[in-house]
Design a binder for this molecule. Structure first.
Ligand SMILES: Nc1ncnc2c1ncn2[C@@H]1O[C@H](COP(=O)(O)OP(=O)(O)OP(=O)(O)O)[C@@H](O)[C@H]1O
Length: 334
């Protein structure tokens, strides 16, 4: 290959780029800031710089997340974002000769698949291949996806939760839930508004989730001080939020993770279920870091659950591994 070969985890929350022979060279939020000038839009910032602007922009500038629910919500902006990230990752002159493998959610429709392909080709690369996210995550987590053995993976990202059972290079049973990290942030924002009459931003909601969010009682319960706008007086105020309250806020969403996992297990052929009982379930994606989620899932399903070594990197590591060993893994590309 004369051009660069790249593996991309095009996530709702974060995009990671792996360059063949170099490893992960870029990890940035999937956010684009655009300036609106009549019908024209101009990209102002992409990635980290754009995320800083979320919720803080004046009227004519908007910071948007073009990937919603794990699929492309804004085609033109996604194309600009992919192009910007590729140019950041490799020299611009390589773009035209580059070959890409991009991970996509498992239950994506063929129209959505085409949108991802076209966004990448529109960005200027030569060749694009797709891989299903849970398959990539399983490869990244070191599961034996090519063997005639059942491997189960739960990937809780920003927009989607993918639960899948894999055997012999294919997904045997799976389910995608449009409830994941972003939804948990919104649920926390709504809870605090109702319980404390305080309006906080989504980024504060995310911070609360990451610092004190949990699925099971903690050995030592935690608390965090946050600032928001008092909905009665209209002035800024700070309050203390406890991990108990956050657990209460998150419980319905966490129930959905449990029932989705159970329903995939129910659809799994018994021989493969036996493998999963022996070998356990691997949890990855940023949401895997919610405190006690592995323990709760394990208790509810009666199967051991392990968090992947680097949960936020499982998908990009998997796509990267496929890229580096393309002949071995060709069978799993779509
Ligand atoms: N320590 C943490 N505790 C809880 N959630 C976390 C933690 N760290 C990151 N997250 C959440 O993980 C999510 C991002 O995960 P990830 O990067 O795996 O998603 P993505 O690949 O961008 O999304 P998708 O798979 O839906 O396309 C965000 O919602 C973020 O808030």
């Amino acid at each position: 290959m004369i051009g660069a070969d790249l593996a991309i985890d095009l996530g709702t929350a974060n995009t990671l780029v792996h360059v063949r022979g170099k490893g992960v060279v870029l990890n940035e939020p999937s956010v684009v800031a655009i300036v609106k000038d009549g019908h024209q839009t101009k990209v102002l910032a992409v990635g980290k710089d754009a995320k800083e602007m979320l919720g803080k922009t004046p009227g004519h500038i908007v910071a948007i997340r073009p990937m919603r629910d794990g699929v492309i919500a804004d085609f033109t902006v996604t194309e600009a974002m992919i192009k910007n990230f590729i140019i950041k990752a490799v020299n611009k002159s390589f773009l035209m000769r580059s070959r890409l493998i991009i991970s996509v959610p498992a239950e994506i429709t063929s129209i959505e698949q085409r949108a991802v392909r076209e966004a990448a080709l529109g960005a200027g690369v030569r060749e694009v291949h797709l891989i299903e996210q849970p398959m990539a995550a399983a490869v990244g987590a070191g599961l034996p996806v090519r063997d005639a053995r059942g491997s189960m993976i739960i990937d809780i990202g920003g927009g989607t939760t993918d639960v899948a059972v894999i055997s012999l290079n294919g997904i045997v049973s799976s389910q995608t839930l449009r409830v994941a990290g972003d939804k948990l942030d919104q649920v926390i924002v709504n809870f605090i508004r109702k319980r404390h009459n305080i309006l906080i931003g989504e980024r504060t909601g995310e911070l609360i989730k990451m610092k004190i969010g949990s699925a099971c009682p903690l050995e030592k319960e935690l608390e965090i001080e946050v600032k928001g706008r008092d909905l009665i007086t209209g002035v800024p105020r700070s309050i203390i939020i406890t991990s108990l309250e956050v657990r209460e806020a998150l419980q319905d969403s966490i129930r959905q993770f449990v029932s989705c996992t159970k329903s995939v297990l129910e659809k799994t052929p018994p021989e493969l279920s036996a493998d999963i009982i022996d070998r356990g379930i691997v949890l990855c994606g940023g949401g895997a870091q919610i405190k006690g989620l592995d323990k709760l899932l394990s208790e509810e399903c009666g199967i051991p659950v392990y968090v992947a070594d680097n949960p936020l990197h499982a998908v990009v590591d998997g796509v990267g591994k496929v890229l580096e060993n393309i002949d071995t893994y060709r069978g799993i590309l779509i």
